[in-house]
Write a protein that binds this ligand. Structure first.
Ligand code: ADP
Ligand code: ZN
Ligand code: ZN
Length: 816
């Protein structure tokens, strides 16, 4: 008998065995997908990782339904890497598989699909079965895959659905709910009936009396003939010296049709830069050092101050690997940064740059997946957020992890809770390729690894183009309040500096960290602060909508006019957030144009990129924002950065609080003065003498590093100890308490390691679930795999205690 060993896209740690015929057995290769039945009546897309002849002993192997691929779409390096992730991060291999693949490649009987509403469907191109599905979707807006199975009266329907998705007729339901709004470019094309010589004649005849419209049509033909690529509306209007109204008239007449392409997916149209990139001397030295480090080491840290021109060094390195026909992966901490970078890289590498991230539509992700799988030139350089790590690379030369200190590289939820930087080092090892980590403020772990010679270390201590590091001035808030030199949250010095910058036509960035410190409403009579009903947090006041909102579950209520506890009408707001800063600015600088960038303004129609664009185009004078501002943006006209309050970052209950504060403040400061003029930074704080603030002011990364490293050693934290954090959740407070104590005690007795907890985290209830955490600390030299095995065993036995079974436990290895 013949069998395949498969991974199912479910939260299951095991692989499963299915039966196949001999013909199938000879056909199937590792890395192909097969549709298999699982559970009572469900069908899933499973991944074959082995073929063999060993009958399972514990169950009767079912037969597969169908083979879905003609050749592997996942390679063996990936499978090995995914198994490593499952083992290291203590998660189910099924979770890794599910997280790694674009969901369009993972159809299952429960998947909900709909018709893509925007596209015109040419019914004559559909097969009979495709047509039946299409018809059914005219009656109902969405269908489960299993409904389609009954409509067609057959089991094997994944390939048909896959075809319809490929043809852009169907979409998965989940996509429709995606909130990400990419920047779109409007294109135009002639309707197909005119797209021939006769059609053109007919058309010109019809437009005889519409001179302007005729001109545009002629220009359109000229452009398509000379350039053979899509025509952007903007370009057509410009070259024809026409206007939007004329285009609209042609669209209304059904002569032209418009369509949109996401900006970072548009084929590169400009010329590749002819002049070769000239590195400065400091950059050249760093570049050579990186190369020589790579002779002996697999990983190298490039520690270069903000605006030292790290990107240019990456470009030089990429060039090297392209010459050797290698693939390059470039990881970024934030999707919103891709557009800027894609633009920069395409100037050098043209259409060899592809983008991949989770917010792309399924079709787009599948397309990049296939390009990488085929080792296509179109995806020789892949830029992406952490999930790009799962693509089917077969020939990687280098992985660049830019802004490697960013915590967004660690996935928190759902499982797999992997760290993309660390996982990329493991991946590179199996490809025998290199990893370059870049940052102006490296994570303590990475800097430690390079100081202890595990990684290479290359430093650039000067900015590109002789620009000085910004001049940082501290403002003592206690003193300023005492001497009544504050207007709202602005010190006299900050106001003065803003006034100067604005008068010189320069731009200003103001940083107010964290929505969590946005204002709350407090009763002046009894001190009551309205709380979320489902979570253990105060509600945040949003002036714009006059609402109180919970930032954890989305609960909202109208702003109360009287206290719910004592009915007093004397209510006040406490604390401050970006919205309040914006309000105060309007009063202080009525003539200035003010923008705001935080999670509330970058959702919905004012996307992140729109705000960045308008700031770059100088339509905004002062930009107020949260930590999104700290992420590697390059603005050339910002001469002043103000940090409204440094203290709330410092006093976070988190062992990384000082390191993070240093990184955040240094990065935000780094946005100031990136061209000729020296930038200025004002930090407002109650603790001007705090070590971390002094280190920021003196640009003293090493000072921060040494101090924090010492603390980490004393208090048993990374890089000296690895942390495994367990989070337990349940709606019943007492049961959770009991269960977490049980688990804690068993760990205590069996691990012979520091175990902390069970602790109530600062926010101990979210969406009506209570939360407890347990922290296990594993010394660096302690055997890791056996410890994890023991932890897993204990978790398994916890699950087998019937009264605790309903308690949800998540494991977070190396939590950030
Ligand atoms: P970092 O990422 O280190 O903060 P960037 O790579 O963004 O710095 O570089 C800062 C600025 O200097 C950018 O505007 C970049 O275009 C410019 N720059 C850096 N190196 C060069 C170079 N060799 N030639 C021309 N411009 C450069
Ligand atoms: Zn009250
Ligand atoms: Zn809530």
């Amino acid at each position: 008998m013949h069998f395949v060993e498969v991974i199912l896209p479910l939260s299951l740690a095991k692989t499963f065995t299915y039966r196949v015929s001999e013909t199938e057995f000879l056909y199937i290769k590792k890395g192909m997908r097969v549709a298999v039945p699982f559970g009572k009546s469900k069908i899933y897309t499973a991944l074959v990782i082995e073929t063999h002849q060993n009958q399972p002993t514990l169950y009767d192997a079912k037969e597969i339904h169908q083979i879905l691929d003609e050749k592997p779409i996942v390679n063996e390096l990936q499978i090995t890497h995914w198994l490593w992730i499952a083992s290291y991060y203590m998660c189910a291999i099924g979770d890794v598989y599910r997280g790694a693949m674009p969901s369009a490649l993972l159809l299952e009987s429960e998947t909900i699909i709909s018709q893509k509403s925007t596209d015109f469907v040419d019914e004559s191109t559909l097969s009979d079965e495709e047509y039946l599905i299409y018809q059914a979707l005219q009656q109902q807006s969405s269908l489960k895959v299993q409904d389609i199975s009954s409509i067609l009266n057959k089991k094997n329907i994944f390939p048909i659905i896959q075809k319809l998705i490929d043809k852009n007729i169907l979409v998965l339901q989940e996509e429709i709910q995606e909130g990400y709004k990419p920047k779109l470019i409007r294109y135009i094309r002639l309707r197909s009936q005119y797209d021939s010589n006769e059609g053109l004649g007919e058309l010109l005849e019809a437009l005889k009396n519409a001179g302007k419209q005729k001109e545009i049509v002629l220009m359109y033909f000229q452009l398509t003939a000379s350039e053979k690529k899509p025509i952007a509306v903007k370009k057509l209007i410009e070259t024809a010296n026409s206007n939007a109204a004329t285009i609209k008239a042609l669209i209304d007449k059904d002569i032209f049709e418009e369509y949109y392409i996401q900006e970072d997916r548009v084929n590169f149209q400009g010329k590749i830069k002819e002049e070769i990139l000239q590195l400065s001397q400091a950059q050249e030295v760093a570049f050579q050092e990186i190369k020589s480090n790579f002779v002996a080491k697999e990983v190298c840290l490039l520690h270069g101050v903000t605006s030292s021109g790290k990107t240019e060094i990456y470009i030089k390195l990429i060039e090297n690997y392209l010459k050797q026909d290698k693939q390059v992966l470039y990881l970024l901490p934030e999707i919103a940064l891709t557009t800027q970078l894609v633009g920069r890289l395409r100037e050098y590498f043209g259409n060899k740059v592809a983008v991949f991230h989770s917010k792309y539509s399924n079709n787009e992700r599948v397309e990049v997946w296939k390009q990488v799988l085929e080792n296509s030139a179109k995806a020789q350089i892949v830029i992406g957020a952490r999930s790009a790590l799962f693509l089917p690379f077969s020939n990687l030369g280098i992985i660049i992890v830019d802004e490697e200190h960013e915590q967004t590289f660690k996935q928190q939820d759902p499982s797999p809770r992997y760290h993309a930087r660390d996982a990329s080092i493991v991946l590179a090892h199996s490809h025998k390729s290199k990893v370059l980590l870049g940052s102006a403020t490296p994570s303590l772990e990475t800097y430690y690894n390079s100081k202890t010679d595990k990684y290479g270390l290359v430093e650039i201590l000067e900015r590109f183009g002789n620009v000085s590091m910004p001049d940082i001035e501290l403002v003592d808030l206690k003193d300023k309040y005492f001497r009544k030199k504050m207007s709202g949250h602005f010190s006299d010095i900050l106001i003065e500096e803003i006034t100067i910058a604005l008068s010189l036509g320069e731009q200003v960035i103001l940083f107010q960290n964290r929505r969590g410190f946005s204002p709350v409403v407090e009763c002046m009579t009894c001190g009551h602060v309205p709380q979320c009903q489902q979570c253990d947090v105060s509600l945040t006041y949003h002036k714009h909508k006059n609402q109180l909102r919970c930032h954890y579950c989305g609960y909202s209520m109208a702003n109360p006019t009287s206290c719910h506890a004592c009915s007093s009408v004397h209510l006040t707001t406490k604390g401050f957030g970006t919205e309040q800063i914006q309000q105060e600015l309007i009063t202080l600088f009525p003539a200035a144009k003010i923008g705001r960038m935080d999670q509330d303004t970058t959702r919905g129609k004012f996307g992140f990129e729109k705000i960045i664009d308008s700031f770059k185009n100088r339509e905004v004078d002062i930009l107020v924002g949260t930590q999104m501002l700290a992420k590697g943006l390059d603005f050339d006209n910002v001469s002043l950065v103000g940090i409204m309050n440094a203290d709330n970052m410092l006093y976070h209950p988190d062992f990384r609080a000082f390191e993070r504060s240093f990184q955040m403040m240094t990065q935000v400061s780094g946005r100031s003065g990136r061209s000729e003029k020296r930038g200025k930074v004002i930090i407002q704080t109650y603790n001007p003498n705090h070590n971390t603030i002094q280190q920021v002011t003196n640009n003293d990364y090493v000072g921060m590093y040494k101090e924090q490293l010492y603390e980490r050693q004393i208090y048993k934290y990374p890089p000296y100890f690895r942390l495994v954090k367990l989070t337990l959740k349940h709606r019943d407070f007492d049961k959770l308490k009991e269960g977490s104590i049980w688990l804690y005690q068993v760990f205590q007795q069996n691990l012979n390691l520091p175990v902390l907890g069970p602790e109530e985290p600062p926010i101990s209830r979210i969406r009506n679930e209570y939360i407890r955490t347990i922290l296990i600390k594993i010394p660096q030299n302690h055997p890791l795999q056996p410890t994890k095995k023991t932890i897993q065993k204990i978790l398994d036995s916890f699950e087998s205690v019937s009264q605790y079974r309903a308690i949800k436990v998540t494991v977070n290895v190396d939590f950030y």
